[in-house]
Design a protein around this ligand. Structure first.
Ligand code: NAI
Ligand code: MG
Length: 511
């Protein structure tokens, strides 16, 4: 099994039975011990139990991984491989992912505590990114340009960038990696992946699948560790040509600054504070379910969470009443159980952050109408459960309405007119997504035009696809992932001029 090889350097004295694993870095097609000899724990958020040890990376490990990726890019089979052959490898990888989806889904749950009901579907679906970009690999075309220089032929071609660093967060490790890795490989780059320190295991096990698909050694590498020890030196490494990142706006800002020093392109996906806007003419029950899925799915730990619920004043009270009824019934507990609705928070710092924001909301005068405290009832283990929480009486200036919490906390904000909804919806630094619930088709178009967000959903929420560009306006990010545009994010255009005959012209005059 894939994990057994990853675990091959386990301590000979296994005190926590045979389930305890030790993971190394994956560099140049092999498992490599960390230069420091140090490891750190990863736990199961539901039980709080440490279940694996992860290699603690440093600058030396990063340098080895980047050197392997650089060599694979410049020499060897990958450098010579035609786009069609690259595409076939990606399609093969998609098939292997489908075969392994159940195991990968369970692994994600063990490490990040999200529901198996979600992660099982997600790990099956991520195969589509590899298949889609496998197909796109040989369809990126340059152009022959009309030339105004007699006797000189001019064309463009798209070339890969080189070594791409991919830095991912803990909420959907393999999916957010697929959004980066599939287009980057289709374009012919090589990769060094740095998963979140909280959820490195699934990405490491995934390396075995990359190998099985037949990607040459060095094309995809994985170094694990913390943001400052491992992520930062990876970003700063002179041989890294681009960084693709998903995570907090703070880390995104640091990465952007480091990239600026190297004049290096970045793709950044930095979360949001998305408005989910309900008009009085909406299908009431559909909008209630949409509002709940917008915030309580994944325990609120998603970049696209509809954390600001804007409700038209005429239906505000009845809408809140129904929200409280439905969310109050949510089954909280074991993420491996198919009928659980709300699981644990993934990390201890995230748990503290959520409880902190509950206090901030109260101090700023919001009214808590549901939850508002840790959950300790049936099904709760450990100390990482927060009750689904709803605040009313929120004004858009409050911190609870302006700052990303990344937890199951909903702020309800009333509005009167369509203009008010647009003004409040856009009055935020972020611009990742927005939801609109209405039965008026004209309003659906008007709102979609005016909302400043990379994605607008009307009468639905959360739809994402490999075929559809995804990314942020404003502080929510830079660049787009998925869809046809994303492959170009990992390429650069070259213009080639070829003289059809040589002439020894006067060299001192610009032509
Ligand atoms: P983070 O942004 O600190 O970590 C994300 C990744 O970046 C991890 O792999 C981390 O090791 C790496 N990293 C951190 N600092 C870095 C640096 N200076 N240079 C290079 N790499 C660096 O996110 P964290 O601490 O796990 O979560 C904090 C907050 O981030 C959450 O509360 C939430 O608001 C937001 N977040 C947003 C996500 C999104 O999907 N946009 C996903 C996860 C968190
Ligand atoms: Mg973990």
């Amino acid at each position: 099994m894939a994990g057994s090889q990853a675990a091959s350097c386990s301590s000979p004295t296994r005190t926590m039975s045979d389930v305890m694993k030790t993971y190394q870095h994956y560099i140049n097609g092999a498992w490599v011990k960390p230069a420091s000899g140090q490891y750190f724990d990863t736990d199961n958020p539901y039980t709080g139990e440490v279940w694996a040890q992860i290699a603690k990376g440093n600058t030396e490990d990063v340098a080895r991984a980047v050197a392997a990726a650089k060599a694979a890019f410049e020499t060897g089979p990958w450098a010579e491989m035609r786009p069609t052959a690259r595409g076939k490898l990606l399609v093969k990888l998609a098939e292997i992912i489908e075969r392994e989806a159940e195991r990968l889904g369970e692994l994600e749950v063990r490490d990040n505590g999200k529901l198996i009901a979600e992660m099982g579907t997600q790990t099956r679906y991520l195969a589509e990114w590899y298949r889609y970009y496998g197909g796109l690999s040989d369809k990126v075309e340059g152009a022959v340009l009309p030339s105004d220089r007699p006797g000189i032929f001019n064309y463009t071609k798209h070339e890969p960038l080189g070594v791409v660093a991919m830095i991912t967060p803990w909420n959907s490790p393999l999916l957010l990696l697929a959004w980066k890795l599939a287009p980057a490989l289709a374009a012919g780059n090589t990769a060094v992946v740095k998963p979140s320190e909280f959820t490195s295991a699934s990405t490491l096990e995934f390396m075995e699948l990359v190998k099985e698909a037949g990607f040459p050694d060095g094309v995809v590498n994985c170094v694990t560790g913390f943001g400052l020890d491992t992520g930062a030196p990876l970003v700063e490494h002179p041989d890294v040509a681009k960084v693709a990142f998903t995570g907090s706006d703070l880390a995104g800002q640091k990465i952007y600054e480091a990239a600026a020093k190297k004049i290096m392109p970045v793709t950044l996906e930095l979360g949001g504070k998305s408005p989910n806007i309900v008009f009085e003419d909406a299908d009431f029950e559909a909008a209630v379910m949409g509002a709940i899925s917008g915030i309580f799915a994944a325990t609120g730990q998603t970049c696209i969470a509809g954390s600001r619920l804007l409700v038209q004043r005429s239906i505000h009270d009845s809408f809140v009443k129904r929200l409280v009824e439905v969310a109050g019934e949510a089954k909280i507990g074991d993420p491996m159980s198919m009928d659980t609705h709300v699981g644990p928070v993934t990390t201890p710092p995230q748990y503290k952050k959520i409880l902190h924001y509950i206090n901030v909301a109260r101090e700023d005068g919001a009214t808590c109408v549901l939850g508002g405290k840790p959950y300790t009832g049936d099904g709760a283990k450990g100390d990482r459960f927060v009750e689904p929480t709803i605040f009313t009486g929120v004004s858009n200036e409050m911190r609870i309405a302006q700052e990303e919490v990344f937890g199951p906390i909903l702020s309800v904000i009333p509005f009167d007119t369509e203009e008010d909804a647009i003004r409040i919806g856009n009055d935020i630094l972020f611009g990742l997504a927005a939801g609109v619930w209405t039965s008026d088709i004209g309003r659906a178009f008007r709102m979609s035009d005016k909302l400043k967000a990379g994605t607008v959903w009307v009468n639905t929420y959360r739809a994402v696809s490999f075929m559809t560009p995804f990314g942020g306006f404003k502080r929510s990010g830079q660049g787009r992932e998925s869809g046809q545009e994303a492959i170009k994010e990992f390429m650069q255009v070259k213009s080639v001029w070829i003289a059809q005959q040589t002439t020894a012209a006067n060299p001192f005059i610009m032509r």
